[in-house]
Structure formats: C-alpha cells, structure tokens
Design a protein around this ligand. Structure first.
Ligand code: MN
Length: 727
C-alpha cells in the first residue's frame, strides 16, 4: 500500500475550472477550456500504460497545479505540456492559438523533458538541478515539470520494473530536492515517499507497518502534548492552533538509518507545529514552550529573523518533553505555514481575486540565491569565478560524452570545456563536436549540448584564444602556456646571442654554460639560474656585453681572450648590417657608412675593404673613394627590404626674417621627418643659415622634402650635407 495513492482520484475538467474560479473568481477560464479541447484532439487515440486515455495525464497535471492555486496560463500550459513531444503539434501552432506565454512555458517543459537524467553522484545531481533551473526561463516551467513528475510517480506501477527503479532514483536525486529548494514541501515529501517505495519496497513496508502498529499509542501521545501546550498558551492569552504528526516515511527511514533508531522511539518521528496570527505571538509562544519544558541548547533556530533562501520562515526548537523525550516544535504564522508548504508557488497564488505579479527582478534575485547553493570549491580563484558568474545567473550546463554535467558561464566555448577536462586537453584542442556535429572553436556552448573535444599532439594554444574564453581557468592556463613559451624562446635566443658574442671574444660559450663563473655572473644580476640570465638577454633586459664584461673579469689571465682573435671573429661574425647594405658574396661582414659622403638608400654606392674594420660604404662619386685603390673595391647594394632611417645633413639658406625656423621645421615634420639637431646662424649678408641633421628613409624621401622646403617663402637655397653635426 502506498499512502500517496489515496490522493489519486479521477479528475474532470469541470473540477479544475471550479477550483480556479474558487481562488480567482474573475479568471478567464476560456483559455483553460480551449487548451483542454486542443489537447484532447491532439492526444486522441493515445493510451497510457494503465489503459486510460492519454488525456488523463495532462488533466491530472493541471489538477495538481490548480491545487497549487496557479494562474490560468500555468493550467492551460499543463493541459498542453505533452503536445509538442508526443503529437503532431508544433510550437507555431501553440503560439498562434494560445499566445507567447503559454507556448513558451510548454516549450520550456518540453526541452527539460528531453533529457534522460538517470542516476547521478550527488555533485552531478546538483549540477543537473541547476541546469533545470537555468534552462527554465519561467519558474512555472519547473512547477509544471514537478507536477508532471508527481503524476508519473503516482502511476509508476504500470511501468516495467527496471524503468520504475530508474525513474524513482531520478526523482529522488533530482526532482524531490528541486521541490525542496523551491520550498514546495508537500511535493517533496510525496515524491520522496513514492520513490522510496519503489527503490526499497521492503524497508518502505516496514516503516509503514511500524507506523500502523504504534498508531494508537502515537495518537494518544500527540493528544497529550497538544493538550499541555494549548492549555499553557491559553494561560498567557495566546490563541494558536497546535498539531502534531509523523514526518514522511522517507525522512523517518533516513532518521532510523542515520541515528540508528527503531520505530518504537515514536517521539522522534513526530513534529509539532504551533500556528499563530502574528510574529509577535510566535516569539511569545516560544517563551511559553521554553517555560514549560527545558530547551536543548543549540537546537533553537530563528528562521523568522533569518529566512531561508527559499523564503521559509519559522521558529524551530527542541525541548525535553513530559517523558524526558526530545520534542521538536515549529512555531510560525498562518502565512509562513502556507509558504512552508507551497514555497514559490505561494507567490503565484491569486489574492482577493487579483493576481500578485512578482517583478521580474525580484523573481530572478530569488532564483539567483537558489543558484548559490552549497559551494564546495577548493580553489579560491575558482570561487571568485563562481561568485562572478552568479551575479549573472546565466550559466549553461553541458554534458561530457560520459554524461557528466558541467556548468559554464554563458558565452563559454569548447576551449573552456577542454580546459575544464584537463590542461593538456585544452592545450592540444583543435576542434569540437557538439551533439555529434563539428563546430568551430569559438562556438558558444548551449544548455544540454553534448561536447566532444578533438585534440592533436602537435597543436598548441593561440593568443587569440584569450579573446574567446570565458572561464578564468582556461584563461590562466593559456596565459601560463604563452609565458612559458615566450621564456623558452628567450632562452634559446639569449643563448644564441651569447654564443656569438663570446666567440667574438675568442671564448667558447658552450664550454662555460655550466661553469661557476657564469653562475656568479647570473647572481651578480640578482638572478637565480643561468636560464634566467639567458632569458633576460633574450628579452633584451640585459645586454650580452654587460654579461661578457662581468664574465671576463672573473677569468684567470691565461683564459682571457686574445684581442686579435676578437677582431677576426668580429669580422667573420657580424650578421646582416643594420644599415641595410648587402655585400656581394659576404653576408656576415661588418659594414659602416663612410663619414666623408654619408650615402643614403637610393644613392649609387660602392664598398671599400678597410684594414680590420670591415667594409666602408661610399657614394660612387665620393672623392675619397675615387682617390683610393681599385683592388680593395667590392660591389655593394642596398637591401631594399630593410626599413630604416638614415641621418643626413641639410643646409637651408634663407632671408633673415622671423619665423623661418618654425616654417622649415613645420614642413619637415609634414614630410614625416624627424629632426635630430638644428642650428641657426645669421650671416653678414643679412641671410640666415639653418643647419639640420634629420632622419630620412632614402634619397627620394630626402629629395621630395628638399623640394618642399625650397618652396617656402624667403627660402633661397637648400643643400644636402654629409656633415652630421650642426656646430
Ligand atoms: Mn507529462
């Protein structure tokens, strides 16, 4: 015998309509009638496992919602809740016939219904419950889902045994706690008891049998305690209703298991309630109870002063009763009692024929609190992340291929998902499949997606990922990878630079890599490891010359480099020159620009091999080049890919009037020219000579600028100069 079955009675539409009109006389019940007619047509010919017409199910669900005193939209939606999934009806039809509100509620119920939850570990179940809440844009979706589950549980007998266990477990894991979280106590307890009866029928029968056996004794005890309380309340002029009854079967069993009790301890399974009119009376009644029986320290809870997240309010206390037994007593007002039973549903109830709409913000604030349930996070960073997310309750919940549920902030991508699995999975992720289909890595995760990550050992993170990821976990891991990677590259580069510079000094860097001297140099820069030194050189924070200077001062005299060797090495080692000149046949020779003619890119040039100072580059028409020997000439050319600026002298002769310098420098800067030096001198002929050293890209850049300067009023002449000093 299942106690809940006594509530299972056939229901007719008229019963529902009458109930609605009873709590809301002005309700427009035509919407309910229309939904009923439509549902009857859509489900025509369908039969439940019990043999009843299918329509019975939506009718019963609607009846449960009417019992919860919900609005006409909820009840119409309940009548239609299985039409999208099980009939030809589509969302457009519902929208056209019943409007946005109803069609969206039905759509929400259908979406949640598509998930097979099965049984879960506690943490998974928690995520599951959160997912259901997050998916339901409207709390009425969840209320209908709970009513749907309740009716399915009441009629579970007709399912196969295996299916019964699965559905019962899921009810216990997901739906009963959900009802509890929403504060709908009567649904929670009924779901628990029904599920328990299928999951452990023997224990269930034992508890029920025990309750039946000691019923008489229990009733006598309840009557006695009630009498004492009522009498005492009356002494203090308080009018309150007192009742006492056993907890639900599931809770009794849990208590028996966890506290190792047997059913003969009847006192422990009874909860007494005192219901009064005002909050003030509640506290007065508490005083009365405490004056009557000794309270057990630590058992008093003031949920009136500090309501639970689901708005539950009551005073709880446990006292030592007339037989030295523990007596649990809850004290609350009528209104609190209603909320304790109906939870959030109480807020959808009609009052005095008028609906009381909660403002959206208030409703969501409430949901938000729900989402902040028990956080068991070890990592403080992860905690911050969670807090941040909860400010925007827009989480999405997705599945791993194994069916685990994971929560993510809205906007998260497969990369976030990959990093949540493992850092290495994140680093090597190249793509993802969502519900079996390939998606790009920037795909935004959606509730209920099943995500599968594709990896490749060769693939590495990209800086761009930082722009798309939403979780701090992914962001931290990517940043860390990039930093490590950059450091690795800097070490390689730093080592390269050192090898070259050391060789110039006739030293073999590799030989010294693990030497004490190099470690001393490292410490001299306040660094720990030689790798740190190499990285710093690679980053350019420390120059190789600084390092060599410190290093050679530590060497024994015989180890010091030979200067001649340095010279030779330098000649051999210099890579492509910063001046941007290519020397035929030699790509690592030292090149410098001859001071006599200071060539610019675009000038015709020639090279001259000097003694021990590499190649000097002259303009072809340079007189000093022409006067030196041909045998040392070498062909050189501009490196057209080099993008560098070169210094060049400019001499401007102009009339000695005010503002000339400003006019000239304005023109120069208009031509994107940087002035390195400037000097103005008045000549005896009342003219001014302005000397500049400026930077230009090449000869064309110089010529066009000179032409522009020439056009300035009062400018008489402009000349190029190879003298790079204005003094
Ligand atoms: Mn259903």
């Amino acid at each position: 015998m299942r106690v809940a079955h006594k509530e299972f009675v056939m229901i007719r539409l008229n019963d529902i309509v009458d109930q609605v009109l009873a709590y809301h006389p002005e309700a427009d019940v035509s919407l309910i009638e229309k939904a009923y007619v439509y549902s009857a047509k859509a489900h025509a010919g369908q039969v439940r496992l019990s043999g009843e017409p299918y329509l019975m199910h939506p009718l019963e669900v609607a009846g449960i919602l009417a019992k919860m005193k919900l609005d006409v939209f909820s009840i119409a939606s309940a009548l239609l809740h299985d039409t999208l999934e099980d009939t030809e009806t589509n969302l457009g039809d519902l929208n056209r016939l019943f409007g946005d509100e109803v069609s969206q509620i039905v759509d929400g119920v259908t979406k949640i219904g598509r998930f097979e939850f099965g049984s879960f570990e506690e943490r998974q179940a928690e995520n599951m419950r959160k997912m259901i809440l997050a998916m339901a844009s409207d709390i009425r979706v969840i209320l209908i889902k709970l009513a749907d589950r309740l009716h399915n549980m009441r009629t579970l007998d007709f399912q196969a045994t295996e299916k019964q266990r699965l559905i019962a477990q899921e009810t216990l894991d997901i739906y009963a706690p959900l009802a509890g979280r929403l504060g709908i106590d009567w649904i929670r307890t009924e779901l628990q008891d029904l599920a328990f009866s299928y999951l452990d029928p023997d224990m269930y029968e034992e508890v029920v049998g025990g309750l039946r056996r000691n019923e008489e004794e229990r009733e006598r005890y309840i009557k006695e305690v009630k009498g004492i309380i009522q009498e005492k309340l009356a002494d203090f002029g308080l009018k309150g209703k007192v009742n006492g009854r056993p907890k639900n079967i599931f809770s009794i069993n849990k208590k028996m298991v966890t506290q190792n009790l047997d059913l003969e301890h009847i006192y422990d399974i009874i909860a007494f309630r005192i219901i009064l009119e005002t909050i003030r009376e509640c506290y007065e009644a508490l005083g009365v109870v405490h004056s009557l029986w000794k309270p057990i320290p630590g058992r008093f809870k003031d949920y009136i002063g500090m309501p639970k997240a689901n708005m539950y309010q009551s005073l709880h206390t446990t006292v030592i009763g007339p037989y030295g037994e523990r007596v649990e007593i809850q004290i609350r007002t009528e209104n609190m009692h209603r909320i304790a039973n109906e939870g959030i549903a109480a807020h959808w109830v009609y009052k005095e024929g008028k609906s009381v709409p909660e403002s959206d913000s208030k409703r969501f604030a409430w949901l938000r609190q729900l989402l902040e349930w028990q956080q068991d996070l070890q990592d403080p960073r992860e905690f911050l992340e969670t807090v941040r997310v909860d400010l925007f309750p827009d989480d999405v919940y997705v599945f791993t291929p194994n069916g685990d549920v994971k929560p993510f902030p809205r906007g998260s991508t497969p990369i976030d998902f990959a990093y949540s699995i493992h850092t290495e999975v994140g680093h090597h992720c190249t793509g993802a499949k969502v519900n079996g289909k390939l998606v790009p890595l920037k795909y935004e995760l959606r509730n209920g997606d099943i995500i599968e990550i594709i990896t490749s050992a060769k693939h590495v993170p990209s800086k761009d990922w930082l722009k798309t990821v939403k979780t701090s976990r992914a962001r931290t891991r990517i940043r860390h990878w990039i930093k490590t990677e950059e450091r690795q590259r800097s070490i390689v580069l730093g080592r390269d630079i050192c090898e070259r510079e050391f060789r110039k000094h006739g030293l073999n860097f590799t030989k010294y890599l693990h030497s004490d001297e190099l470690l001393q140099v490292t410490k001299a820069f306040s660094l720990q490891k030689v790798d740190d030194l190499l990285a710093s050189i690679g980053y350019g924070k420390i120059s190789a010359l600084q390092a060599i200077g410190k290093f050679t001062s530590l060497l024994e005299p015989e180890e010091k480099p030979d200067e001649a060797l340095v010279e030779r090495a330098e000649r051999r080692e210099r890579p492509r020159q910063p001046g941007g000149v290519l020397v035929k046949g030699l790509d690592d020779i030292m090149v410098r620009f001859a001071k006599c003619c200071n060539p610019l890119p675009g000038d015709q040039i020639a090279g001259y091999i000097t003694r021990g100072r590499g190649v000097s580059v002259h303009r072809e028409e340079c007189t000093s080049l022409l006067s030196s020997g041909f045998e040392r000439r070498i062909e050189v050319d501009w490196d057209h890919e080099a993008e560098e600026v070169h210094p060049v002298g400019l001499i401007v002769i102009c009339a000695n009037v005010k503002g000339m310098l400003a006019a000239i420098s304005g023109t120069l800067s208009n031509h994107d020219i940087n002035i390195l030096q400037a000097n103005v001198r008045t000549r005896v002929d009342n003219r001014a000579e302005c000397k500049f050293v400026v930077e230009v890209r090449d000869i064309t850049h110089l010529q066009s600028t000179m032409a522009a300067v020439r056009k300035i009023k009062d400018v008489i002449d402009v000349q190029r100069s190879s003298v790079l000093d204005v003094e």
